[in-house]
Design a protein around this ligand. Structure first.
Ligand SMILES: [Zn+2]
Ligand SMILES: [Zn+2]
Length: 257
């Protein structure tokens, strides 16, 4: 049994065949999928998806790309307080694309960290080329013992080590670990503490080898699990068990399901 800790199932990519996608996920052993909203519309869509499909569990938030149009985020506070959500997110900082000004990204991220702390929910974090500011924001706006996951973790080892040493942060290992050239990620995934690693697809993006170029889906996640097992010199079963246990610790709401 595997847990996909980061997916986006609400989009047009799955409108035509979501039932088949979820059936293939179950057949592949992916029993639970955390689907993350990225703004108000996708967060609401994610909630209704979760209401209609047992395997899908909702996380609600504002992606850094969309921070400029986040508004007062009262909708997020209301939804997070009223619905059975697994986490706040995805939220974070993306200085690669800079689709929203960095000061706005930091402010919108900080407000979501504080909302998560107030509601005792973990946070799903997106971080691209913003490592120093991520650590700074966590220090300012989040307690050390509060859980979070840095999703789509790509290394290097030192960044992951700094996160797990200072915070109760988990690292989301996705399809990138199956890519031949992802050497910094291979090194990090092999050496970071196993009890902090969780699996994810980030589907429809980040499709693992050998399906690169196609739409990603949760049924492909065993390929990521197998590559992680190979990198760590463990069996696939041991890796599946450990990452599923870690996912339940990261997202306590999953255990009650
Ligand atoms: Zn992301
Ligand atoms: Zn994502």
């Amino acid at each position: 049994m595997l847990v996909d800790t980061h997916a986006h199932l609400d989009g047009a990519e799955y409108a035509a065949d979501l039932d088949a996608v979820l059936a293939r996920a179950t057949a592949a052993g992916v029993e639970t999928i955390v689907s993350a909203g990225q703004d108000e519309a996708t967060s609401r869509a994610t909630l209704s998806l979760a209401a209609n499909h047992r395997a899908v569990r909702p996380a609600l938030g504002v992606h850094p790309h969309l921070a400029s149009s986040a508004g007062d985020m009262r909708w997020l506070v209301e939804l997070v307080r009223s619905a059975a959500v697994v986490a706040v997110g995805e939220c974070g900082l993306d200085y690669h694309y800079d689709f929203s000004p960095r000061d706005v990204q930091r402010d919108v991220f900080a407000r979501q960290l504080e909302l998560a702390a107030e509601t005792s929910l973990p946070v799903i974090i997106h971080c691209r080329e913003s490592e120093d500011d991520l650590i700074d924001q966590l220090r300012r706006h989040y307690a050390r013992d509060r859980r979070a996951v840095v999703h789509c973790f790509t290394g290097p080892y030192d960044f992951g080590k700094a996160l797990v040493d200072e915070f109760d942060v988990y690292l989301g290992i996705g399809g990138a670990v199956t890519f031949k050239k992802a050497e910094a990620l291979h090194d990090a995934a092999a050496r970071l503490p196993l009890e902090r690693l969780v699996l994810e697809t980030d589907c429809p993006y980040m499709t693992p080898s050998p399906h690169r170029g196609k739409r990603n889906e949760p049924a492909y996640m065993p390929l990521t699990c197998a590559r992680l097992a190979e990198l760590r010199g463990e069996t696939i079963d041991a890796m599946a068990r450990a990452t599923t246990e870690n996912a339940s610790r990261l997202f306590p709401a999953l255990a009650g399901a």
